[in-house]
Design a protein around this ligand. Sequence first.
Ligand code: MG
Length: 269
Amino acid sequence: MITLKSARELGLMREAGRLVAESHAIAREMIRPGTVTGDIDSAIDAFLARQGATPLFKGFPGPVPFPASTCISVNQQIVHGVPGAWTLKEGDIVSLDVGVRLNGWCGDAAWTYAVGEVDDEKRKLMAAGRHLLHRAAHLCGQKQLWSQVATEMMRDAKKLGVSLVRRFVGHGIGREMHEEPQVPNFFDASMNLPDFSLNPGLVLAIEPMVNAGKPDVRILHDKWTAVTADGRPSVHYEHTVAITKDGPVLLTEGVGEPFDPREAPALPL
Ligand code: MG
């Protein structure tokens, strides 16, 4: 069942979103050559504990419970990277995903950061990923159905020469991190996911995962880390987006660059 949120509930979700944004700010300060990904995770875990907030990925059920508070995925890692002994180096890209519950309400956002100077392939891929997230958030205020948004995301991905991962999808969010509906970054007649209407009060974690090469995914032996099957780089951008009478708003504003989803983003060509 899809639950719509009241203005008061959106305010509470915005508070959780603020802690997600502050967690990203901590990471942004730490991301440089020589930083160990496990140290970024520890810093955010300590920050959330001080705030009385719960990190939602820690212990998340799977083949083994997720062992950290954040997902940190480097280069060809797509999502669900396990922070640990990996040392960042110049030219890496690092995707950080943080989900938080505060006072019973959740926020969830991911962003891909450059470590120093990155090559052209990664730079263009990052621009494409940011665009696809911003365009999807904008279109939530323009279209009636999610399938229409996902169709435009696929069109733009094609124009930008990148591929959208199909193995993982976005999600509704509220009291739980993962609520109905599922929010795929693609749409075609063969899929078995139901479409849904973009009504005021709906809150979605929109999260395109975008590969420079093919969309195929492989899972590493840690049972979590998803990597590109072709070894080419991948990026992940996610905001918690509320649809309101006045248009879409970002409840995780402050993650990534400033963006007003009521305005149409230009294709980064
Ligand atoms: Mg998410």
